[in-house]
Design a protein around this ligand. Sequence first.
Ligand code: IPE
Ligand code: IPE
Ligand code: MG
Ligand code: MG
Length: 364
Amino acid sequence: MGWSGCSTHGALYNPRVPATRAGIPPSLYPGALVLPVSDTDNSSTAAILGLIADDMVQVDRVISERLDTGVPLVSEVSRYIISAGGKRLRPALLLLMSGALGYTGAQRFNIAAVVEFIHTASLLHDDVVDESTLRRGRPTANESFGNPASVLVGDFLHSRAFQMMVDCNDMRVMQILADATNVIAEGEVLQLMNMHDASLNEEAYLRVIRSKTAKLFEASTRVAAVLAKAPPEIEEACGIYGQALGTAFQVIDDVLDYAGDASETGKNLGDDLREGKTTLPLILAMQRADAEAGALIRKAIEAGDTTQLERIVDIVRATGALDATRAAAAAEAQRAIDALIDLPRNSYTQGLLQLAAQLLERRA
Ligand code: IPE
Ligand code: IPE
Ligand code: MG
Ligand code: MG
């Protein structure tokens, strides 16, 4: 399980599997990101994550131990989704940030596992709400075990995460993680309210993704600073890095829903449209398209109709909306990079900077 058992779609952040290059022409990118590191440094994602490979073994050990329960169905469902791999990105960020700030306490393994549990619980619930059938390259838990089991095991993982964070006995850590869990739930409900609303603008979109995705990234990097007893301004910088990175991550996820490859993402393409999600590629395409093409997209969102998906992908590409969406992700990635200006210069910080740049090319 964990790093060693990652399926190929989780390979991007798996140090044991060489990261795949995007294969997307550089000309599609809005401009090179400005990294405060030497141009000659082109460490691969695998090398960056090699820095925390031993730590991640410890995190996977904690995850495995803390999945222990006397209820067989809880065990079965939680191990089903966790052993499917996943990139372990949020724990990786927490560990890299701990390394950057020189924190070597064992609580980092516990809290990294907590963050992965909160993430996994939100995925179990999200796939029920989104009626998704594919995740991490295999049928979703709701597809394999049904909605009730997915919802209840999601609750188990949330509450197990709370038990574990209490073990940490640090009020600030508990506060950050409890707030993040709450904000994710708000984001998912906000998104539910926005379903099939084609008039959503960038601001409303940003509010949803900041909540449902970026908040847990922010919490992961911020708690590392708290564990490291970093001064407030460094904690704030770590939080900004996580928030900006998480925002870029979700924007790219929304690009991949139109321009990705299911064999790499491990998820079905076109799911967002089927769910009536007005994500940034569609918002920008509707702004740029002629009246007829704009109406086609609007109707598809309102009906959750994917029969015109190919035509919609063509419009999203032809209007430049896909490039503009990538540009928005690049701006957030740059904000993440800039936030780390005052962090100690070491290989972990360098790794965090490189991750922000490489995230734009992710395909999984
Ligand atoms: C999926 O997150 C949910 C989003 C925020 C898009 P990840 O892409 O990190 O999921 P796993 O854990 O690697 O499967
Ligand atoms: C991310 O939203 C889910 C959470 C962060 C809870 P999505 O619905 O876009 O994620 P995927 O595409 O199902 O992974
Ligand atoms: Mg979903
Ligand atoms: Mg998605």
